[in-house]
Write a protein that binds this ligand. Structure first.
Ligand code: UT7
Length: 323
């Protein structure tokens, strides 16, 4: 049985760090409010020379170096983003070109904050279906470019960045002891599309638009949706919270992460937290968190790792993998 095994990881963050106290100069807010309500201390904001594609390229190069591979070894690129450099072509082909890759294929997936979970699941399906041997899976965002910087209820929450994983086709036994992606659970329900959206687009307004969110409404659904897909992933593999070594959640709000982990009976020391440093980087948050925890040696070969996210759409999902 073919499994998609993680071969390498990488991350990239814009140079400029914006602290909560700096946000106090932009909107009527406070470090205390932001930290207590969200767990965020700071975020990185892209400069004029930094874009989703440039950050994605940088994360991809780091992942290739980490894996000891070159771009010639990759045959598929999937980029999860809601903030593409251009409406088209896909940011994935932009990154493909920046990396000097002229073979294989590249495309974007758009599932907002759940984008990286969808992208890993997509790459895994292509790999198991025999369409690719090694996939570069990237989550890259510049949400700062989509924010209404006069709206304190949203602009304090988001940040920019990119992360990447390389998945490689590897023969497994078909058991939970295999390394690689073991299962995934994806969901969406467009009935919630107006609770978190961007109020522009090529086919509607002809503009890019800015992010609009009913934060309290999103919050209300988050823990239930996250724990549902995690339970589905556990059920599909006959595993439980006790078997898990690491929960790598989408980093939107510390209270959502803590609430979900508590409901699942996962102790805080098994949960990777980066929201304090990065804010909500949408599709980039999970690969950034993976790079932090694998980079400092917390996530080790053979560990059972659950990725989860929930966001605009609503979309939500979980991936269970053995590192
Ligand atoms: O990644 C995609 C998914 N997105 C999310 O997961 C976001 C989910 N939602 C949230 O994380 C939270 O709902 C927020 C962090 C957005 C807001 O926290 P909350 O505890 O739900 O606060 P709230 O919206 O109920 O607002 C409480 C108060 C309000 O004032 P009043 O009406 O009680 O007087 C807001 O006007 O806090 C006020 N407020 C602020 N005050 C200072 C809202 N934003 C700010 C701010 N600074 N930046």
């Amino acid at each position: 049985m073919i499994r998609s095994v993680v071969r390498g990881f990488g991350a990239a963050l814009p140079k400029r760090v914006v602290t909560n106290s700096e946000m106090e100069k932009i909107v009527d807010t406070s470090d205390e409010w932001i930290f207590q309500r969200t767990g965020i201390r700071q975020r990185h904001i892209a400069g004029a020379d930094e874009t989703t594609a440039s950050l994605g390229e940088q994360a991809a190069r780091a992942a290739l170096a980490n894996a000891g591979l070159t771009i010639d070894d990759i045959d598929m690129i999937v980029v999860a983003t809601s903030t593409p450099d251009n409406t088209f072509p896909a940011t994935a082909v932009n990154i493909q070109n920046r990396l000097g890759m002229h073979h294989g294929f590249a495309f974007d997936v758009q599932a907002v904050c759940t984008g990286f979970v969808y992208a890993v699941t997509t790459a895994d399906a292509y790999i198991r279906g025999g369409l690719a041997k090694r996939a570069l899976v990237i989550g890259a965002e510049t949400f700062s470019r989509l924010l209404d910087w006069t709206d304190r209820t949203t602009c304090v929450l988001f940040g920019d960045g990119a992360g990447a994983l390389i998945l490689e086709a590897t023969t497994g036994e078909g058991t939970n002891s295999d390394r690689g992606v073991l299962t995934a659970s994806l969901r969406s329900d467009g009935a919630h599309k107006d609770k978190l959206f961007v109020d522009g687009g090529p086919s509607s307004t002809g503009t890019v638009g800015v992010l609009r969110m009913e934060g309290r409404e999103v919050f209300k659904y988050a823990v239930g949706m996250i724990t549902d897909v995690i339970h589905s992933a556990f059920d599909a593999t006959g595993t439980t919270s006790e078997d898990l070594d690491w929960l790598v959640p989408h980093q939107a709000n510390r209270r959502i992460i803590d609430g979900s982990a508590k409901k699942l009976g996962i102790p805080p020391e098994k949960v990777v937290i980066t929201v304090d440093q990065h804010g909500n980087t949408s599709a980039a948050s999970i690969p950034l968190a993976i790079a932090a925890a694998a980079g400092d040696g917390r996530i080790k070969k053979g560990d059972l790792v659950m990725l989860e996210a929930m966001g605009g759409g609503f979309t939500w999902g979980a991936v269970l993998l053995r590192w």
